[in-house]
Design a protein around this ligand. Structure first.
Ligand SMILES: [Ca+2]
Ligand SMILES: [Ca+2]
Ligand SMILES: [Ca+2]
Length: 343
């Protein structure tokens, strides 16, 4: 299976202008797309291989896949027709719903010339492909689109999207338990900027019990000192920095003492069809950034929540196991039941 990235996307000026524009509003898309192409050119998939081994080991050893939960991806939309993201939209699909705040319509598809980022993030959370598997392939997804076809975003749309999550958190078959924000505005501090507008929405979602994972920001090389972008710096969210294949912090990654650190270099994940020539569908691309690290943590939060919900079952199984042990003392030939174990 071969596929080529559209030639017009391979010209770097497109991404440079994208980066400048985003620095004024929300910074996420630029470096990621640029590095996606670099990764494609270099063919480096070392981090990806390492990640896949870890992810598949967790799924195989513990059986948790994030089932019963929905994660809201506030981003550039989701190309929900990708087979690894369920291939559909709405009730019964993997991408169960959402809203497009940029176009004010009910189809938050990751389209336009700039579409890519939200689809890639979503695959890191929940891709169902057996070889390029997301952290929580059992989760449902909600797509809340806050970047337009040109890749320009707005904090006002993000604010509306967070309010939407609160209002719709119990509307779907599985409740929204986490939000991923792989975006941010230029800022590097340990305190929230005076122009912050999302703090009341974050506080509400925290009260709702919803986990919020936010990319730490990609501008460490610019600031050269500890600090986080906004909204990563908010005390109501979990900021996520990026590391590379050997575990070192990525050179681009903003950081602070309280960050979680997740893989964020050369991460291979789902890509929209429009990026490819020749009618290629269901493709994957590598990309780098704290935007790739945050969804690892969002997905992991779904696995943890599933594990916590499993604890009552563990206690119950524990009691059964004790009873069985006692029975074995009485009936030494009784075989040990194996199908209940998850360790
Ligand atoms: Ca739309
Ligand atoms: Ca559009
Ligand atoms: Ca607000």
């Amino acid at each position: 299976m071969s596929s080529d990235i559209r030639p017009d996307l391979q010209r770097s000026p497109r991404f440079e202008s994208c980066e400048e524009r985003l620095a004024l509003s929300a910074q996420p898309l630029a470096d990621l797309l640029t590095q996606a192409l670099q990764t494609q050119a270099q063919g480096s998939q070392f981090t990806q291989t390492y990640n896949q081994q870890s992810i598949q080991a967790v799924h195989a050893n513990y059986g948790f896949q994030g089932k019963g939960q929905t994660i809201a991806v506030i981003d550039s939309g989701i190309a929900w027709d990708h087979y690894a993201l369920g291939g559909g939209f709405g009730n019964g699909a993997k991408v169960v719903g959402g809203w497009d705040f940029a176009e004010n319509d009910a189809n938050p598809y990751d389209d336009g010339g700039a579409g890519f980022h939200g689809t890639h993030v979503s695959g890191i959370i929940g891709s169902e492909d057996p070889n390029v598997r997301g952290v929580a392939p059992g989760v449902d997804l909600v797509s809340l689109r806050v970047f337009n076809d040109q890749g320009a975003g707005s904090m006002e749309w993000v604010e509306q999207a967070l309010q939407w999550v609160h209002q719709n958190r119990n509307r779907f078959e599985n409740p929204i338990t986490a939000v991923n924000l792989s975006l941010g505005s230029a800022w590097n501090s340990s305190t929230v900027p005076g122009w912050a507008t999302l703090e009341d929405e974050f506080a509400q979602l925290k009260t709702d019990g919803i986990f919020i994972s936010v990319a730490a920001g990609n501008s460490f090389a610019q600031y050269k000192t500890a600090g986080l972008a906004y909204p990563a710096v908010s005390s109501s969210v979990v900021p996520v920095a990026s590391h590379g294949a050997s575990g070192q912090l990525s050179g681009f990654s903003q950081r602070e003492a309280r960050v979680l650190v997740a893989p964020g270099e050369n991460i291979r994940s789902t890509a929209p069809d429009h990026l490819f020539t020749g009618g290629a569908t269901g493709q994957f691309l590598g990309s780098s950034g704290t935007s790739m690290a945050a969804p690892y943590v969002a997905g992991a939060s779904a696995l943890l929540r599933e594990a916590y919900e499993f604890i009552p079952d563990i206690c119950r199984l524990g009691r059964q196991s004790l009873r069985r042990s006692h029975q074995r003392l009485v009936q030494p030939n009784q075989s040990r039941p194996g199908h209940l174990q998850r360790d």
